[in-house]
Design a protein around this ligand. Structure first.
Ligand SMILES: [Zn+2]
Length: 95
């Protein structure tokens, strides 16, 4: 009897934990994108033209990536950082 009740109560708890984790990942990815560049929207859609992430409003003050965009936006940021590092390396080599 007690076994069935404990299994039903634990299910929603893990679901909520997963949601919190996703929310934290979205906030973290959004903050990283904000730090890299200000959102560039067309003023009509809440989407950044630069990285393709969703923004909070069509004006675009902050990045708010979709759940499915979190992994992609972090990959995009890593690629940007790598590209700038290569640029710096080339610059130092040239001088
Ligand atoms: Zn962006």
């Amino acid at each position: 009897m007690s076994g069935t009740t404990s299994s039903t109560t634990s299910a929603p708890a893990t679901e909520a934990e997963g949601r919190d984790l996703v929310a934290a990942e979205i906030a973290d990815a959004g903050a990283r994108l904000d730090a890299h560049h200000a959102p560039e929207t067309n003023g009509r859609m809440a989407i950044c033209r630069r990285c393709g992430s969703r923004t909070d409003t069509p004006v675009g003050l902050h990045h708010v990536p979709d759940v499915r965009q979190v992994a992609r936006s972090s990959e995009w940021l890593d690629a940007q950082v790598r590209a700038s590092r290569i640029g710096h390396a080339r610059g130092s080599l040239g001088t």
